[in-house]
Design a protein around this ligand. Structure first.
Ligand SMILES: Nc1ncnc2c1ncn2[C@@H]1O[C@H](COP(=O)(O)OP(=O)(O)OP(=O)(O)O)[C@@H](O)[C@H]1O
Ligand SMILES: [Mg+2]
Length: 264
C-alpha cells in the first residue's frame, strides 16, 4: 500500500521575532527524538534561521561531534519574476516541488514561515494540517489574533492574520480535506508568574472558541533554547543534563510536541 502523505506542520505568525524558528527547530528535534522522519522547508530565505541551525548541526557532526538525527532540509526562496502573476505561479511551483520531493519519504514536513506576509507563506498556511502560531507574553501580542477588549476579552475585529487563516480553512474545506488544527502556543514566557502572564492566559482561554484555535502551554524564556544554535543541537540532544532548568526545558519541549496531537 502507498505510504500516506506526510503531515504538514506550519509555523507562522506575521510578527517578527516571536520565536517561530526556535520553536520549529525544537518541534523537529522532538519528532526525530521519537523516531519520526522529518523534512524541513525554510520559507524565510533572507534569514534562513532554521536552515542555518540545521547546517550547524551537520557541521557539528562533520567535525567529530556525536551523531544526532537529521531531517532533510531545504530553503524555498521567493520568486523574483517581474510580474505579480508570474511570481505567484513560480512560488506555487517551487513550494509544490519541495513538498512533492519529501511527502512520500517522511512522516512530517515542518515549514518555517517568515515574520511577514508573503505569498509563499499564504500558500503554506492554505496547505497546513497543523498550524502552530507562537505568541509572546504580552497583551500587545494578542493583536496578532484580533483587536481584543482588555476588560471582557470580546473580539472587536479579527486581525489580517486571523482572516488569512480563516480563508485558508475555507480553501481546505472546499477541497474536501479534513480541518486544519490551529494551535496557538505561548513562548518566551517570563519565569515569574506575572499578572500580565495570567491576563494573557485568561484572554487566550476566552478567545480560543471565538477565533477557533486551540491554546496550549508552550516554552519559557530560557538561555538553553538559544545558546545551542552554533552547535546545531537542542536540549533534547544533550547526553547529560544536570541542571533543573534543562530538565524542565526538555519536559516543556516534549509536552509541546505531545500537545500538537500528531500521533494516532
Ligand atoms: N523560548 C525562548 N527562550 C529564549 N530565547 C528565545 C526563545 N524563543 C526564541 N528565542 C530567541 O528570540 C529570538 C527570536 O527568535 P526566532 O528567530 O525563533 O523568532 P522568529 O519568530 O523565527 O523570528 P522571525 O520572525 O524574524 O523569523 C532569537 O534570538 C531566539 O534565540
Ligand atoms: Mg524565523
Amino acid at each position: 500500500m502507498d505510504k500516506k502523505d506526510a503531515h504538514l506542520i506550519v509555523l507562522g505568525n506575521e510578527k517578527g521575532g516571536t520565536g517561530k524558528s526556535t520553536m520549529a527547530m525544537h518541534i523537529v528535534v522532538g519528532l526525530l527524538d521519537v523516531g519520526k522522519k522529518v523534512a524541513v522547508i525554510d520559507l524565510d530565505a533572507r534569514q534562513k534561521s532554521i536552515a542555518r541551525y540545521l547546517q550547524n548541526r551537520q557541521t557539528f557532526m562533520a567535525n567529530g561531534g556525536t551523531k544526532v538525527a537529521m531531517p532533510d532540509f531545504m530553503v524555498v526562496a521567493q520568486s523574483e519574476a517581474g510580474l505579480v502573476k508570474d511570481r505567484e505561479i513560480e512560488d506555487q511551483k517551487n513550494l509544490q516541488k519541495a513538498l512533492d520531493e519529501h511527502k512520500k519519504n517522511v512522516d512530517f514536513i515542518v515549514i518555517d514561515c517568515p515574520g511577514n506576509d508573503t505569498y509563499l507563506s499564504r500558500l503554506a498556511h492554505a496547505l497546513a494540517d497543523t498550524l502552530v502560531t507562537p505568541l509572546n507574553d504580552s497583551f500587545i501580542d494578542l493583536d496578532l489574533l484580533g483587536e481584543v477588549s482588555p476588560t471582557n476579552f470580546q473580539v472587536k475585529k479579527l486581525s489580517f492574520y486571523s482572516e488569512m487563516v480563516w480563508d485558508s480553512r475555507k480553501y481546505r474545506s472546499a477541497s474536501g480535506r479534513p480541518p486544519m488544527d490551529w494551535v496557538v502556543v505561548r513562548t518566551r514566557l517570563a519565569s515569574l508568574d506575572s499578572r500580565n502572564n495570567k491576563r494573557v492566559h485568561d484572554a487566550l482561554n476566552a478567545l480560543q472558541k471565538r477565533i477557533m484555535f486551540r491554546y496550549v502551554p508552550g516554552l519559557y524564556e530560557r538561555v538553553i533554547y538559544k545558546e545551542l544554535f552554533p552547535s546545531g543541537l537542542t536540549v533534547l540532544d544533550l547526553e547529560k543534563v544536570n541542571s533543573l532548568s534543562h530538565i524542565a526545558a526538555r519536559q516543556e519541549v516534549r509536552s509541546l510536541v505531545d500537545s500538537l496531537n500528531l500521533f494516532e
